[in-house]
Design a protein around this ligand. Structure first.
Ligand code: OXD
Ligand code: MN
Length: 596
């Protein structure tokens, strides 16, 4: 043990878990670089990790082919009664789930070391920060948690003797019998994987998977699912949102929080490099925002994380130069391809495919091969502090005041480039009905349309209808200090399948329009679906965009929108009487505005 924890609850819990899981050894993590280096060296020696010759202190991991993404079908919110979790979550009775999982945890760490990781979500000095402790038998998880959260002895000091923490128990579910040889990525079969949340106890139990949000429990499990339930109880917000600062040519700062479903360019937007002359941007976070109303009545946001767990394929110097510079060193790559000269590669990296590589499954790969070289959900884990676009204020304990909320999704048709909500309730309606074509971030079909309210469908720890009400309540409390709400869609395509909008740095043109709307400087046209920029309201100087593209991007096709209404009705119907009447009213008003 590197240090002595004084917290009684923590000590008791660690003893209890050790007795249940029967590890060979217990290691209390101190969060040091030496600890990280030692674990990495161990994983390299064991064949789980491979150092990359071309990148300083970078390592490549290949997961088991069955363990490549979050498993929403195996993710549970467990409460005394089913109706607390609502129709968008999986529920199992608390006692039943605990019985099943206790059976699985029994002896599950045999032959392995149990690591105790004290971590803070948010800067330790922030009044908004919260402490968790993850117990895991995966050294890969320890190293990732060191990057993604603030780990170590300082956290234990803050915890003191009686401090509260969220216990997060994780096991890969692959005990080693004496003499049994380990595999590079041990995990349990799908039917034994469980990602379980007990919001009444602020407790997380995860079993069987070593990948991303299933295993790095500070992220989706704590900072979103459990935190969303805490936030509702305590009157704040835990959202699946990036945070960025946009600075106008006059030097005025605007803070934007934006929610997009997984793998819809959130990390790219978080690190956007504006193409409009004079505008600058800084990144504060790329995935999660915790927000609370400050003494001045405005909404303040912190990023509870300390790193980026970004989708690698598609990340290039064109799509996200700041991410490319962030991942040059001290980065963990998972399920990328490996070139013969010790460099990583993925589809959409913006460099020619190597003549030969080892694919994410460890097989020989060459261009023209049927399968992609990198998995579509291959990831990089990198420290946020390494991002050249990181804001000097990203660790400000008080957070930054949010001016603008953006919702969006990936829609090839119907939804225009940008829409301003008519008011807060209409904005909540836009968030509640957000839709997107599914991506590889979750195991399941890709490209299917699904409603993903506030991009929180997989991450809301309680009944989504109550969550909508929470948004309405927050708006009532914020009054005229509430952020302005917008909806965007960067993903429109022509009938031939070409992108209508260049995206990436040019998305700043849409962001600048939003800021100028706040100032009353930019124009907009009222349409049945909200206020849209006219062609001349967006600054498109220097952009070589066909006039028919911009017309199409800003067109409201009333017929196509009328065709959306039954789908929204069906989406709302699943919430029954719990759907706030104000949202039902919004749908009626939309129908009226769309007319016959
Ligand atoms: C993520 C996700 O990893 O949303 O951020 O899936
Ligand atoms: Mn996410």
């Amino acid at each position: 043990m590197a240090y002595e924890a004084k917290n009684r609850k923590l000590k008791d819990w660690v003893d209890e878990v050790a007795e249940l899981c029967q590890p060979d050894a217990i290691h209390w993590c101190d969060g040091s670089k030496a600890e990280y280096d030692r674990l990495m060296a161990q994983m390299v020696a064991g064949g789980a990790a491979r150092p990359l010759e071309k990148r300083r202190n970078c390592f490549l991991f290949r997961s088991d082919p069955s363990d490549v993404a979050r498993v929403e079908d195996r993710t549970y919110i467990s409460t005394p009664s089913e109706d607390e979790v609502g129709p968008t979550n999986n529920w199992i009775d608390e006692n039943e789930l605990k019985q099943t999982m206790l059976g699985l945890y029994q002896g599950c760490m045999r032959g392995r070391t149990m690591y105790v990781i004290p971590f803070s979500m948010g800067p330790l000095s922030s009044p908004m920060a919260k402490i968790g402790v993850e117990i895991t038998d995966s050294p890969y998880v320890v190293c990732n948690m060191q990057i993604m959260t603030r780990v170590g002895t300082k956290v234990v000091e803050v915890l003191g003797e009686n401090g509260e923490f969220v216990p997060c128990l994780h096991s890969i579910g692959a005990p080693l019998e004496p003499g049994q040889e380990d595999v590079p990525w041990p995990c349990a079969p799908m039917e034994k994987k469980y990602i379980a949340h007990f919001p009444h106890e602020n407790l997380i139990w995860s079993f069987g998977s070593g990948y991303g949000g299933n295993a790095l429990l500070g992220k989706k499990c704590f900072a979103l699912r459990i935190a969303s339930t805490m936030a509702r109880r305590e009157g704040w917000m835990a959202e699946h949102m990036l945070i960025l600062r946009l600075i106008s040519p006059e030097g005025k700062r605007y803070h934007i929080a934006a929610a997009f479903p997984s793998a819809c360019g959130k990390t790219n937007l978080a690190m956007v490099q504006p193409t409009i002359p004079g505008w600058k941007a800084e990144c504060l976070g790329d995935d999660i925002a915790w927000m609370k109303i400050g003494p001045d009545g405005r909404l303040y946001a912190i990023n509870p994380e300390a790193g980026f767990f970004g989708v690698a394929p598609g990340t290039s110097y064109q799509s996200n130069p700041m991410a490319m510079d962030t991942i040059r060193e001290n980065t963990i790559f998972t399920n990328a391809a490996l070139t013969d000269d010790g460099e990583i590669w993925w589809e959409g990296m913006g460099v020619p495919a190597p003549d030969h590589a080892i694919d994410w499954k460890g097989r020989d790969w060459a261009p023209g091969n049927d399968d992609p070289a990198a998995h579509a959900n291959a990831r990089f884990t990198a420290p946020a502090a390494q991002c050249p676009a990181i804001s000097p204020d990203w660790e400000d304990p008080e957070g930054v005041p949010i001016d603008i909320f953006i919702f969006g999704g990936r829609r090839t048709g119907v939804v225009p480039l940008a829409t301003e909500a008519l008011d807060w309730d209409h904005g909540v309606f836009l968030g509640a009905t957000a839709s997107s074509e599914t991506t590889a971030a979750n195991i399941g079909a890709v490209g299917k349309l699904r409603r993903d309210p506030f991009a929180m469908q997989p991450f809301c720890g309680y009944d989504m209808a109550d969550y909508f009400q929470h948004w309405l309540d927050m708006g009532d409390r914020l009054g005229d200090k509430a952020p302005r709400i917008f909806y965007v869609n960067w993903f429109r395509k022509t009938a031939d399948g070409d992108w209508l909008w260049p995206g990436y740095g040019d998305n700043s043109r849409v962001l600048a329009w939003m800021c100028e709307r706040i100032e009353g400087k930019a124009g907009a046209t009222k349409t049945p679906i909200g206020n849209l920029p006219g062609e001349s309201d967006l600054d498109l100087t220097g952009l070589d965009l066909a006039p028919e593209n911009i017309r199409e991007l800003l067109r409201v096709d009333a017929e196509a929108w009328r065709a959306e209404v039954p789908d929204i009705e069906q989406h709302f119907a699943q919430f029954g009487d719990r759907l706030p009447a104000r949202l039902r009213g919004q749908l009626n008003q939309l129908e009226e505005r769309l007319g016959e």
